[in-house]
Structure formats: structure tokens, C-alpha cells
Design a protein around this ligand. Structure first.
Ligand code: DOR
Ligand code: ZN
Length: 352
């Protein structure tokens, strides 16, 4: 008789790609993340973006003040800086000295608040050289921005036009290909030669493991399933599931939970971003269970990320139980509300 798993225990996971924004809304979203994760890589795409060590220190202080007022003492934000055409090698070295975890490359115009991003990666040569020299990871939003390139092809084209040349020019640079969405990206990261070094990885979101592009158009337009890079065809989802659940340490958890108020999503020009922080771990557990690979969840969620970032693994454990959790239709977000992923439905796994 096959047995069904009803409970799993994992070392506490971390979220290696997260948006928590700023101001009033930050508290609401921080609380959701800190219930599940010990640490998170905090994205720097604020308005204005977090481009310097001093802006990041001030942002960290605001995060810590919010954590304190929420009574949370067991969550650590890992700060990142937003790479621009003007980032200097000095700023990179200063960032390393001040404990900044990574730089984020947004091609200008690729997504939410990316107007100040990199217009041409050639302009970043000295900053990239410094990152390579000090072992500072570069996190990439891997999409080209040209309007002539079909939106569903922008990630695959980015690999050929930007990522592969970047890796040729900076063979020792630590790179995370963030929120991958295609078979091409999954296979590129899986098959890349790195001389045995742990310098190339990819994060994968819960929505890209659980949904394909039909979910954006199911019976009408579904703005809460719209994010960037946009959901792709089923064959791509299957390739992501395959690498995520394979036990390959190059693939780890990054929710890309990206809060936008309900009104900003349900609009004539709705914002990109899915809010998965409410029960992201439950969503990942569903994805791994769907292919009978729950035993591979701990590596993906809790081990491979800290190993890549050369940080200690967490020591506490968390337990997930197979118990359907109702997901509210809306959650508070400052003075507004937000519609979480799976709103009004259930998620099969819940944190004990
Ligand atoms: O869907 C997305 N939302 N993708 C991104 O890359 C950015 C994010 C956001 O900040 O809203
Ligand atoms: Zn993101």
C-alpha cells in the first residue's frame, strides 16, 4: 500500500528573492515572510532605487525598525544594491566591506521601477570586474527589453545576447539567474561549465512551478497571475519542475513575491508581480508533491541558497502539514488591500 506523506520537517528555509517595498506597506508584507523564512534577499527596486551602500544602510534600518515594532527578532534581511551604468568599483568594494549580499542587474525598463537600470552592460565593466574580484554575487533579471522581441522570448534571447557573453568576460563572477521561466534558462544553468565552482545558480518562483501562461487568461484576464518574466507554456513549467526537484544545488528558492495594491493590479495597465509571501512554502510543497519529490524540497528551500551565498545554513526546523489552508480573498496592505496568489482558494500544505 503506498503511503501518503502528511507532514514534512525541513531546516528553516530562506527566500533568496523578495520585494518588501517601503513605508506603510512594508510591515504587512514583512510579517508574512518572517513567519516562514529566516532570511531574505531584499530587492533594491524602490523609488528611487537603492544604488549606494548608504541608501542600503538606511533601508536596512527602516526594515529593522519595522521588525522591532512587529516583535520579530528571528528574521534577517540581506541587502542588495541596484546596479546602474554609473556604479563604481569603489562602491562595490565598499558594499563588500559593509556586508551587502549582492548587486542586482535590471536591464533598464525590464520591469517595475527599473528605469534607472543598466542601459548597456558594457558600461558596467569596472563594477563587474570589482564584483568578480571580491566575490560579490550579481543577481540578474534575465530579459532583454527590446520591444521588437516577443515578450515570451525575452528570457531566451537574454541568454544569448547578455548572459553568455557576460560569463565569457567574467568567468569567475558569481551569478544568480533570477526567477527563471523557460526550458532554455533551466537547461543553460543546469549544463553550464563552471570548472566545479559554485558560481552559477538560478532561483525559481512558486508561480512558475505551478502555473503556465493559460493561468493569465483563464476565462478572462487574471491580473493577479501576471508577473515578469511572464508565465510561459507548459513545456517550460515542466522543465522548471524537473530542475527544481532534481536535487541539483544550482537551483534554489526565490519567491519574487512582489506586492502591488489591488487597484494597481486590477487596472487598465496593471502592475507586474504576484504576492506569494502569505504561504509561499505551502505552494512550493504542492509543486514538489505534484511529482512525488517532497524529499527534494529541503535542499531547494533550505540548503543550496546559503551554500551559494557562503552563509551558514539555518539550524531551526519548520514543519509543513498536509492540511488545506484557506487563502483570504484580500489582505491588508497599508491603507489598501492586496490579493494574494490563490486568493479565495486553498493551498494544500500549511506551516505547523
Ligand atoms: O513581476 C515582477 N514584479 N517582476 C519583477 O521583476 C519586479 C517585480 C516588482 O517589483 O513588482
Ligand atoms: Zn523580483
Amino acid at each position: 500500500m503506498p503511503t501518503t506523506t502528511t507532514q514534512i520537517q525541513l531546516l528553516q528555509p530562506d527566500d533568496w528573492h523578495l520585494h518588501i517595498r517601503d513605508g506603510e506597506v512594508m510591515k504587512d508584507v514583512l510579517a508574512d515572510t518572517a513567519r516562514q523564512f529566516a532570511r531574505a534577499i531584499i530587492m533594491p527596486n524602490l523609488k528611487p532605487p537603492v544604488t549606494t551602500v548608504s541608501l542600503a544602510s538606511a533601508y536596512r534600518a527602516r526594515i529593522e525598525a519595522n521588525l522591532k515594532s512587529l516583535g520579530i527578532s528571528d528574521f534577517t534581511p540581506l541587502m542588495t544594491l541596484y546596479l546602474t551604468d554609473n556604479t563604481s568599483a569603489d562602491e562595490v568594494r565598499k558594499a563588500k566591506a559593509e556586508g551587502i549580499a549582492a548587486f542586482k542587474l535590471y536591464p533598464a525598463g525590464a520591469t517595475t521601477n527599473s528605469d534607472a537600470g543598466v542601459s548597456d552592460i558594457k558600461r558596467c565593466h569596472s563594477a563587474l570586474e570589482a564584483m568578480q574580484a571580491v566575490g560579490m554575487p550579481l543577481l540578474v533579471h534575465g530579459e532583454v527589453t527590446s520591444s521588437e522581441i516577443d515578450i515570451f522570448d525575452r528570457e531566451a534571447v537574454f541568454i544569448d545576447q547578455v548572459l553568455e557573453p557576460l560569463r565569457q568576460n567574467f568567468p569567475e563572477l558569481k551569478i544568480v539567474f533570477e526567477h527563471i521561466t523557460t526550458k532554455q534558462a533551466a537547461h543553460y544553468v543546469r549544463d553550464a561549465q563552471t570548472g566545479g565552482k559554485n558560481i552559477l545558480a538560478a532561483t525559481i518562483t512558486p508561480q512558475h512551478l505551478l502555473m503556465n501562461r493559460n493561468a493569465i487568461f483563464a476565462g478572462g484576464i487574471r491580473p493577479h497571475n501576471y508577473c515578469l518574466p511572464v508565465l510561459k507554456r507548459e513545456e517550460h513549467r515542466l522543465a522548471l519542475i524537473d530542475v527544481a526537484t532534481s536535487g541539483n544545488s544550482r537551483f534554489f528558492l526565490g519567491t519574487d513575491s512582489a506586492p502591488h495594491a489591488k487597484g494597481a493590479k486590477e487596472a487598465a495597465c496593471g502592475c507586474a508581480g504576484c504576492y506569494s509571501a502569505f504561504n509561499a512554502l505551502g505552494l512550493y510543497a504542492e509543486a514538489f508533491e505534484s511529482v512525488g519529490k517532497l524529499d527534494k524540497l529541503e535542499g531547494f528551500a533550505s540548503l543550496f541558497g546559503p551554500d551559494f551565498y557562503s552563509l551558514p545554513r539555518n539550524t531551526k526546523t519548520v514543519t509543513l502539514v498536509k492540511q488545506a489552508q484557506n487563502i483570504p480573498a484580500e489582505l491588508p496592505l497599508g491603507d489598501a488591500t492586496i490579493v494574494p496568489l490563490r486568493a479565495g482558494e486553498t493551498i494544500a500544505w500549511t506551516l505547523a
